[in-house]
Design a protein around this ligand. Structure first.
Ligand code: C2E
Ligand code: MG
Ligand code: MG
Ligand code: MG
Length: 291
């Protein structure tokens, strides 16, 4: 037993575990200094509807000086565990509000809605509502242009507190989207209680929507569910014209995905909004192979 061995429990030394721990500690240290030295950046993935860019999802990018681009899937979970997501999430909100304020009086960009991902720990911290309001106020951004993406898992924890927080933010005009919808397990009764604006069909259902009848049925059901709850619906991970056509066929008209564009640095995003044609179901197919 480790405990009876006390400080000499070194027999449990595991070099692989040791190096994994070391790597995590290094990454955590690097995240902290990276935030201070401007290594983080928001990218913007266009969200489109009926041939028009209606908004963007802000996606965090980390350019590590030695490792290059570290994907969010690698550092967000670690940041969530260590609590670093609190300063990092605040930075994301600040950056998003800064961008919204820059776009505010522009005839085209001023109409975009920016979706920002919020992590569970960030949402559940006691000062979250004030943090969001403060970020908006400090940058002079319009709350009606901000949408927060939440995930199912984080909402079941303390439903009353969750609803209270959402309702307060909503009263200022902030919107809410339920990200990765269908991958969690929220009951419908409880879904109805949340002051949401939008359900986001998870990429995993969109991917095989043409070949897997179950995924097709799920996508169709989510659209119908959204409609009956009075919510908007958007699909993520749309890569082909055919997926787009399917979605339009089940009356889901808003989507984002590589078919339009991957997440882009802000200047490229702005260029795309200004010049880009939006592909879609109604657009002519590029070639039979894209069907
Ligand atoms: P998510 O919020 O579900 O974001 C969608 C992910 O799908 C993004 O990955 C995006 O680049 C990717 N994606 C979009 N369209 C396509 C497509 O057509 N095909 C494929 N294969 N992928 C597509 P990304 O940027 O790597 O982010 C992964 C996850 O990391 C996000 O999932 C989100 O949960 C988290 N994340 C990213 N930025 C932030 C942030 O600022 N704060 C927090 N808390 N989480 C973030
Ligand atoms: Mg998201
Ligand atoms: Mg998602
Ligand atoms: Mg996802």
């Amino acid at each position: 037993q480790a405990k009876s061995l006390g400080r000499n429990a070194i027999c449990f030394f595991d070099p692989q575990l040791q190096s994994a721990l070391l790597e995590r500690r290094t990454l955590e240290h690097d995240m902290r200094s990276g935030l201070q030295t401007g290594q983080f950046e928001l990218f913007y993935q266009p969200q489109v509807e009926m041939g028009r860019v209606i908004g963007a999802e802000a996606l965090l990018r980390w350019k590590h000086p030695q490792k290059g681009h570290v994907p969010p899937a690698q550092f967000i979970p670690l940041a969530e565990e260590t609590g670093f997501i609190l300063p990092l999430g605040d930075w994301v909100l600040q950056a998003a509000c800064h961008q919204l304020a820059r776009w505010a009086n522009h005839p085209r960009f001023g109409q975009l809605v920016l979706s920002v991902n919020v992590s569970p720990r960030q949402f559940h911290q006691s000062g979250f509502v004030d943090q969001v309001l403060k970020a908006l106020a400090e940058h002079g951004a319009d709350a009606h242009r901000l949408k927060l993406e939440l995930t199912e898992g984080m909402l079941v924890a303390d439903v009353d507190d969750t609803i209270a927080k959402m309702a307060r933010l909503k009263s200022y005009g902030i919107g809410f989207s339920l990200d990765d919808f269908g991958t969690g397990y929220s009951s419908l009764a409880y879904l109805k209680r949340l002051p949401l604006d939008q359900l986001k069909i998870d990429r995993s259902f969109v991917r095989d929507v043409l070949t897997d009848p179950n995924d097709a049925a799920i996508a169709r059901t989510i659209v119908a569910l959204a409609k009956s709850l009075g919510l908007h619906v958007i699909a993520e991970g749309v890569e082909t014209q055919a997926q787009c056509r399917f979605l339009e066929g089940v009356r889901c008209y808003a989507w984002q995905g590589y078919l339009m564009s991957p997440p882009l640095p802000v200047l490229e995003f702005e260029r795309l909004v200004t010049n880009g044609n939006v592909p879609g179901a109604s657009a002519p197919a590029l070639s039979p192979s894209s069907m």
